[in-house]
Design a binder for this molecule. Structure first.
Ligand code: ADP
Length: 836
């Protein structure tokens, strides 16, 4: 019976069940023949006998018809009554089925057992036949019942399994001992083993993931609790995610539905990761923290470890790329994998500007390297690696990693742009600060008048401005062959001595600076490498800037600024120092000019003084004899020396006129010289206009009377005051009025008027004289200019009157201007500031 059960348990199809029944059933019962009949429920409800099998083909009539069972035959009765029909002898045949024995007589089977196989309906029936009579005792009846039950179970399972085989899902059945009793093709495919290698073996031996305790616990719970379970697990050997549903089966085992959940699971992981990545990438952190967070988000969802490497100088293709690892998820990832992968990343980022993402198997690790590219420029690479989980990447993973790299690129680009903007702001602030410092320096220098003052400012201010420890200005000697320290701060005397009279050809940074090249030495090493012997040792200098000082295109010397420690001069600082040195050069040049100008001015002043002395002496020397001439002519004219004839008197008067003219000329020259030399002192104060003008007329009356000219005062201002020097104003007005008399024919008119507003007073002298040609109007104020003398006899002068008048008016803060119409008259206006 045991071997029957075993054979049945291995039978899957109904035919295999039938074979097992007949082979093992006959042996167990000691029967001689057997028939196995499958009972199908046909569509019209009739019972059919689709298959009949016998133990000995020659004895069995095999029919394939559909047969409706008729009562009155042992097999039909067993089927219809659902009870065994047992016939133990020939007599029994005759008694129960009269006349029927003959139909089986040829086979000589006297005893017969017809058994129904009953499940939810009658599934099959079978007949065991015996030669000779047989007594069906209780044991035999029990055996028959067992056989029929086993058969029912086997057929039931077979039916279930045929259904399961028909569906595409992977299904296995396990018995209470966790042995596979059934594995369908889909399941075999999923489990990557042939069906035969699984069936009959324990799940623990073969089932993927069965080693995991959770699996055992859940399966037992389902089996004992007779309840369904479902869960998802990752199978390392299969490298797949499995969705498992186990349902208790009729035979106390489980039917297990397996589903490959890898795709869905990965899609979920990928989308979860992408969501988190987006959050991480949009956080406004510095980009290294951002990338580190990105790498952390990748593990374990899409990688066992993840790294981000950035190119040190993106866009630079001159050498092999230098990568900096800015993010790594694991401090101690699989070292072999990391080293190999790093090599691959180098290769990937070295190839071209936009390398494609690549998927590789490296030493049992699965790797994807995706370029991080922003605005067409390769910035770095995102690398994900599956190592210990032994998962292999697929094309769909490449898409996810590429997408992540693209998002990372945008985020990095944004951060860099922000950083650039901030940097630009800082640069602008630095530039403003530099400009301010330069302006301060320029302002300070503008106040420096001597070389020495400029040098003091250069050395002291520049050291403060750049935070250096010491400084020296070296100046070129007059013959341009040597340099000497002109001014220094915080320089040990030893180094000052060392700097004395350095030849312009000596190997010294100052020599190079003299050629117009700023020299920046950032460390003692750099200094030693470039200049020998190392002069810096005297002054404990580690870094220095040696800057050319030039003025007017000429090298003047160099400014050397020194630092006690190594110092990096960035582009900004270099630019600042060069600008500063340029200012210093200009200041030095200006100081030179000032010195030269001072010398020239002193010389000029000395010359003027000499001229003035000369003029004073001359005028004194000339005036004395002239006065004598005048005096003696007057004496003679008075008849003191004897009677004088009319002709003599006339001549004497001419002598006197010439003497007066010469005297006034000498006075004019002396005055003009004084004004030009700035020797005239002007004492401006508030002067009453009316008083001044009233005082003029009496002084002019002889001249007016001589030419029968009338002088009219119009608009005489009352209570109007001007800012002027009273004597000088009178001098100006007399000059203008005399000119008016001079250039107005007999019987003409002169008008003296005053106009004023809040700020200005204008005194006007208008005549009805000869006027001035328009083309000469601009010249008459020049010294020694006299226009064509049409009235030679009347007019005398030096051509200095107007020049002196205008100079005096200007010295009082005013001016003299003219308007004139030829042959109609002229108007001269003296404008002065009004006094309150
Ligand atoms: P001068 O000693 O010759 O008067 P001024 O400097 O006073 O020298 O005048 C320069 C010249 O301007 C005169 O020679 C004359 O030609 C011209 N000038 C000055 N005042 C008048 C005037 N009121 N009418 C016409 N010409 C004048």
């Amino acid at each position: 019976m045991l071997s029957l059960a075993t054979a049945l348990s291995r039978s899957v199809t109904p035919h295999e069940v039938a074979d097992a029944m007949l082979d093992e059933g006959l042996r167990a019962l000691g029967a001689d023949a057997g028939w196995f009949v499958l009972v199908a429920q046909s569509e019209d409800g009739a019972i059919a006998f689709p298959t009949i099998r016998g133990s000995r083909d020659d004895e069995v009539e095999i029919r394939h018809d559909l047969i409706t069972p008729h009562p009155g035959r042992p097999l039909s009765d067993a089927i219809l009554s659902r009870r065994p029909v047992l016939i133990d002898s020939r007599a029994d045949w005759d008694a129960r089925y009269p006349g029927q024995y003959s139909s089986v007589a040829s086979t000589d089977h006297e005893a017969l057992a017809a058994l129904p196989v009953v499940g939810d309906r009658v599934l099959a029936a079978m007949v065991f036949a015996f030669r000779g009579p047989r007594t069906f005792d209780d044991d035999t009846r029990t055996d028959l019942e067992t056989i029929s039950q086993l058969c029912a179970q086997a057929l039931d399972r077979s039916r279930t399994q045929s259904v399961l085989s028909a569906i595409g899902d992977a299904v296995v059945a396990v018995d209470p001992e966790f042995r596979y009793t059934y594995v369908n093709e889909s399941a075999a495919k999923l489990l990557a083993k042939p069906v035969e290698s699984l069936v009959g073996r324990q799940v623990w031996d073969t089932f993927v993931g069965a080693e995991d305790a959770e699996f055992r616990r859940l399966f037992r719970a389902a089996m004992i609790g007779r309840s369904a379970i479902g869960y998802e697990t990752y199978s390392s050997p299969l490298r797949r995610w499995l969705s498992i549903r186990a349902v208790p089966s009729g035979d106390a085992g489980l039917v297990v539905f397996l589903e490959d959940a890898t795709r869905g699971r990965r899609a979920r992981d990928a989308s979860d990761f992408l969501i988190e990545a987006s959050e991480v990438l949009s956080s406004s952190l510095d980009y290294e923290t951002m990338l580190q967070n990105l790498a952390s988000a990748a593990v374990p969802r899409i990688a066992d470890w993840c790294a981000v490497d950035m190119l040190q100088s993106p866009g630079d293709r001159s050498g092999p790329p230098t990568l900096r690892r800015v993010a790594l998820t694991n401090d101690n990832p699989e070292r072999v994998a990391l080293a190999d992968v790093t090599h691959e990343i180098r290769r990937a980022t070295a190839t071209s500007d936009e390398p494609p993402a690549m998927r590789r198997e490296i030493n049992s690790s699965s790797v994807i390297i995706a370029p991080i590219t922003a605005r067409g420029c390769l910035l770095g690479a995102l690398t994900v690696c599956m190592a210990k989980s032994q998962r292999k990447y697929e094309d769909s993973d490449v898409v996810v990693v590429e997408e992540t790299a693209r998002r990372a690129a945008t985020a990095i680009d944004n951060v860099l742009l922000r950083r650039e903007a901030v940097e630009a702001q800082r640069a602008a602030a630095r530039a403003a600060d530099r400009t301010r410092r330069l302006q301060t320096l320029t302002a300070t220098m503008a106040r420096a008048l001597t070389d020495q003052e400029v040098l003091d400012i250069i050395v002291e201010q520049t050291i403060v401005a750049v935070g250096a420890q010491a400084g020296v200005v070296m100046l070129l000697s007059a013959d341009g062959t040597t340099l000497r320290p002109a001014r220094w701060v915080s320089y040990p005397s030893a180094s000052v001595v060392a700097l004395q009279d350095i030849s312009v050809d000596a190997p010294h940074p100052v020599r190079d600076a003299l050629r117009g090249q700023p020299i920046f030495l950032e460390s003692a090493e750099e200094w030693t490498a470039r200049y020998d012997p190392p002069i810096w040792k005297f002054s404990n200098t580690h870094a220095a800037a040696v800057l050319p000082l030039a003025g007017g295109g000429q090298a003047l010397g160099a400014l050397s600024i020194r630092f006690d420690t190594s110092h990096h001069f960035d582009a900004d600082e270099r630019e600042f120092l060069v600008a500063l040195a340029r200012q210093c050069g200009q200041a030095l040049e200006r100081a030179h000019f000032l010195a030269a100008e001072r010398v020239a001015r002193t010389e000029a002043e000395d010359a003027i003084q000499a001229k003035m002395d000369f003029l004073a002496t001359m005028s004194h020397e000339l005036r004395t004899p002239l006065n004598a001439i005048g005096g003696y002519a007057e004496l003679i004219e008075m008849g003191v020396r004897g009677p004088v004839t009319e002709l003599q008197r006339h001549d004497l008067q001419r002598i006197q006129r010439s003497q007066e003219q010469l005297l006034s000329l000498i006075n004019d020259v002396l005055n003009f010289a004084k004004i030009e030399a700035g020797r005239v002192e002007i004492d401006t104060r508030a002067i009453d206009v009316r008083t001044t003008l009233d005082a003029l007329e009496p002084l002019l009356s002889p001249q007016l009377a001589a030419k029968k000219i009338t002088l009219q005062s119009v608009d005489r201002a009352t209570n109007v005051k001007v800012l002027a020097d009273e004597d000088k104003l009178r001098q100006v007005m007399l000059n203008l009025l005399s000119n008016a008399v001079k250039f107005t024919p007999e019987g003409g008119q002169i008008f003296l008027s005053c106009e004023h507003d809040d700020r200005q007073v204008r005194l006007k002298v208008r005549d009805t004289g000869i006027g001035i040609p328009p083309q000469h109007l601009g010249r008459i104020f020049d010294p020694f200019v006299q226009l064509e003398r049409r009235l030679t006899n009347v007019v005398s002068g030096t051509g200095l009157g107007l020049a002196i008048s205008r100079d005096l008016a200007r010295a009082m803060g005013g001016d003299v201007t003219v308007e004139s119409v030829l042959d109609a008259g002229s108007t001269f206006t003296v404008s002065l500031r009004r006094a309150k």
